[in-house]
Design a protein around this ligand. Structure first.
Ligand SMILES: Cc1cc2nc3c(=O)[nH]c(=O)nc-3n(C[C@H](O)[C@H](O)[C@H](O)COP(=O)(O)OP(=O)(O)OC[C@H]3O[C@@H](n4cnc5c(N)ncnc54)[C@H](O)[C@@H]3O)c2cc1C
Length: 339
């Protein structure tokens, strides 16, 4: 099996500290192995190596910019793969008015590029991470212009080119009505236990409304998000830990609304807390342990169940990576010995 790891085009690193890769959590464990997948002339060969690893049941996970990831202090007992954002590409097909982008393109680069051409990807303004991560998690932001204007990645995706690790080749997926869900997709589900698909390229289409109008929508959304995002980055916060759309559908308001209405939902367990500022996102401090975080989420989920009769655990948005792969919130709480 070592032979396989040695056959990547660049060196695999071992016992790799994932702390540097964590955007908001202050403590993270190590990955047994670490590799940065580059969009260069070796990409296809590297994917073939991963195909062989898949066939040999050697565990690996693929991430973009980790903005939707909580890594436990146990780290990951497999190959942690980062997708390098260098060499990202965006092409415009004049005839179909579609954009063909590599999955390592940042969402901000997509929005900035297309707004100058008058194509309206403005609903994605302010979403961190790469397009690949946005498609897998069907990211979105509720419209500040008008509720009916809210759009998700799913509203723009026409085609996805993926590498299928089962068959060892590229295939094209054309999403149907069942492909995407709220913060969910066929890809997210298919990769849950074992990584089956790598997203390489996405074909996106948006309405042409002219440069001036897109800039107007973009500015409204940036203005609306600016302060909260500034706080999130300064404090080192996660995005929404729970999927707000599910909460809104059941309870009628987003997580922030619940916290304001019932401050007893929030506690601070050695730094694990919802920030009192901005959009009141989840955050930790440098000495916060996973056990503290588990206690915090146990309290929060119990309180929400008690007050709203709603099971938040089912609607976690952030991916939790533990030694054996991604786990659900109940498993995370159980593993950290909560009573
Ligand atoms: C401050 C802040 C604000 C946020 N605001 C929003 C928001 O407004 N709306 C929103 O929806 N989310 C938001 N988020 C959450 C997060 O930014 C989004 O979910 C984002 O789309 C994740 O992108 P990423 O590149 O960081 O993905 P990662 O966290 O690296 O990965 C997310 C998922 O995508 C998969 N993935 C990534 N690339 C590939 C690939 N090439 N092939 C296969 N699988 C892949 C990963 O395996 C993982 O399952 C926010 C987060 C933060 C920290």
């Amino acid at each position: 099996m070592q032979e396989l790891l040695d056959s990547f085009s660049r060196k695999v690193e071992y016992d790799y500290d994932l702390q540097n890769k964590h955007l908001y959590k202050k403590k993270a464990g190590k990955a047994k192995e670490y590799y940065q997948l580059a969009f260069d002339e070796n990409l296809d060969e590297d994917l073939k190596v991963l195909h062989k690893m898949y066939k040999n049941d050697m565990p690996f996970r693929i991430y973009g910019l980790h903005t939707n990831l909580y890594i436990t202090s146990n780290g990951y007992d497999g190959l942690f793969i980062d997708v390098d954002i260098k060499n990202s590409k965006i092409k415009f097909n004049q005839e179909t008015e579609e954009f063909i982008v590599t999955s390592n393109l940042t969402v901000s680069a997509l929005v900035n590029y297309t707004k100058e051409m008058g194509y309206d990807f403005s609903p994605l303004t302010g979403i961190p991470g790469v397009v690949g991560g946005g498609v897998v998690g069907n990211s979105s932001y509720p419209s500040v212009i008008d509720k009916d204007y809210s759009k998700h990645f799913s509203d723009f995706v026409k085609k996805i080119v993926v590498y299928d690790f089962e068959i060892g080749n590229f295939i094209e997926l054309i999403p149907d009505d069942n492909f995407f869900g709220i913060r969910d997709s066929f890809l997210k589900q298919a990769n849950k236990i074992k990584t089956k698909y790598f997203v390489k390229e996405i074909v996106l289409k948006a309405d042409y409304i002219g440069k001036e109008e897109v800039n107007r929508f973009y500015n409204i959304q940036i203005e609306h998000r600016k302060e909260a995002l500034k706080i999130d980055y300064a404090e080192g916060n996660a995005g929404s830990f729970f999927a707000n759309r599910h909460i809104r559908n059941h309870v009628g308001k987003a997580m922030k609304g619940l916290l304001l209405e019932n401050p007893s939902i929030n506690i601070n367990v050695n730094g694990a807390t919802f920030s009192p500022d901005g959009n009141m996102q989840f955050r930790t401090e440098s000495n916060t342990t996973d056990k503290d975080v588990a206690k915090f989420f146990q309290h929060v989920t119990n309180k929400v169940k008690e007050i709203y009769d709603f099971d938040l655990c089912k609607y976690k948005e952030v991916n939790i990576l533990d030694r054996d792969g991604e786990i659900d919130l109940n498993t995370f709480i159980d593993r950290n010995f909560c009573e």
